[in-house]
Design a protein around this ligand. Structure first.
Ligand code: XMP
Length: 326
């Protein structure tokens, strides 16, 4: 489709000046497309949907309604940051949906990875559709589609597009960053004044921490994933590794091992750490880190995360291991 091909004349956006020119052009185009009508956006807090939200807030202000669904599988502090940045700082119309119980109840006892993904995807559509039905006069649906999503290159599955909506919710699409590559979206996001930790964040899968709480998700093990992930990210940030290592996260498998704390035997979960570098996620290599830092992270996780007595470092490249564990 000609519509879906990046124009040959389009310059690669690498500088604040080029980003500003793109923003100015998009604001005019968005105002022309939307007029005085209303737009809806599923705002995950990831780079792409955040940049689309910031552009639309500038272009049409309160004609935009953002829906942020907290499915309980987000990283520590993420829902709070979405509310802080978009509602408090940018004064957006933001509907925050606490759907944590609903998702975790649906996922209870489900161990198969693809079934978990399907449940999360379907539940997300259902929650979003329920919110959309409550609103009057929506005529457009904004999406953070980026160019690689259109090209469908590589194995990175895109789950931020609200495909599968019921027919009566299929509004006209607004996709202002659909010709941009990820690095360009980041330059634009920075120029729009979004916080660095939102703009330069590492890739995060649509099913979130759900695929890192291996097997059937339980609330306590999910909490161990979230807390250990927060410690890992904090240590990477403090040690200048944020933005240098491509993706880093923790996994908590569904088994226990013996340990000892304060002279008492424990029987708790291990936390697995994965930190990899890659160009396109098709292959990946393990990030080489300072051993003292690794030991410090192990020490923090084993002492600060409830229900954990051991840390394993995953040194497997892709292939043979995928980046995620399920
Ligand atoms: P794998 O595990 O296949 O991951 O080596 C490659 C990249 O894709 C991300 N990933 C996902 N992203 N939905 C997503 O939006 C998913 O279901 C999903 N599974 C994996 C993964 O984090 C890595 O960056």
């Amino acid at each position: 489709m000609a519509d879906n091909k990046r124009p040959e004349s389009m310059q690669r956006i690498t500088t604040p000046e080029l980003a500003q020119a793109f923003i100015d052009e998009q604001l005019a185009a968005l105002r022309a497309q939307i007029g005085d009508k209303k737009v809806l956006l599923a705002l995950s807090g990831g780079v792409d949907s955040s940049v689309v939200a910031a552009l639309l807030i500038k272009a049409v202000g309160k004609q935009l309604t953002c829906v942020h669904v907290n499915h309980g599988l987000l990283r520590k502090g993420e829902p709070e940051q979405v509310i802080e940045v978009f509602r408090n700082q940018m004064d957006a119309n933001l509907i925050y949906v606490d759907a944590v119980d609903r998702f975790l109840d649906k996922l209870a006892g489900v161990a198969d990875p693809e079934t978990k993904r399907k449940i999360i995807g379907k539940e997300f559509i259902d929650v979003f559709a329920e919110e959309a039905y409550k609103l009057d006069g929506i005529e457009f649906l904004a999406q953070g589609t980026i160019y690689p999503d259109i090209l469908e290159s590589g194995p990175v599955k895109s789950h931020h597009n609200v495909g599968g909506l019921p027919e009566d919710l299929k509004f006209e699409l607004v996709e202002p960053v659909k010709f941009l590559y990820k690095d360009e979206v980041r330059v634009v996001g920075k120029q729009l004044g979004l916080p660095d930790n939102m703009v330069f964040r590492q890739p995060f899968p649509g099913p979130g921490l759900g695929v890192r709480c291996v097997g059937a998700i339980t609330r306590d093990r999910l909490e161990a994933v979230r807390e250990s992930d927060a410690i890992l990210r904090e240590e990477f940030r403090k040690n200048g590794l944020e933005g240098k290592v491509w993706q880093y996260f923790t996994i908590v498998p569904d088994f226990k091992s013996t340990g000892i704390t304060d002279g008492l035997r424990t029987y708790d979960w291990p936390v697995v750490i994965r930190a990899v570098n890659t160009v396109d996620a098709v292959t990946a290599e393990v990030a080489e880190l300072d051993f003292k830092l690794m030991a410090h992270i192990v020490d923090r996780i084993t002492h600060e995360v409830k229900g954990v007595n051991r840390v394993l470092w995953d040194l497997t490249p892709k292939p043979t291991g995928t980046i995620e564990w399920e």
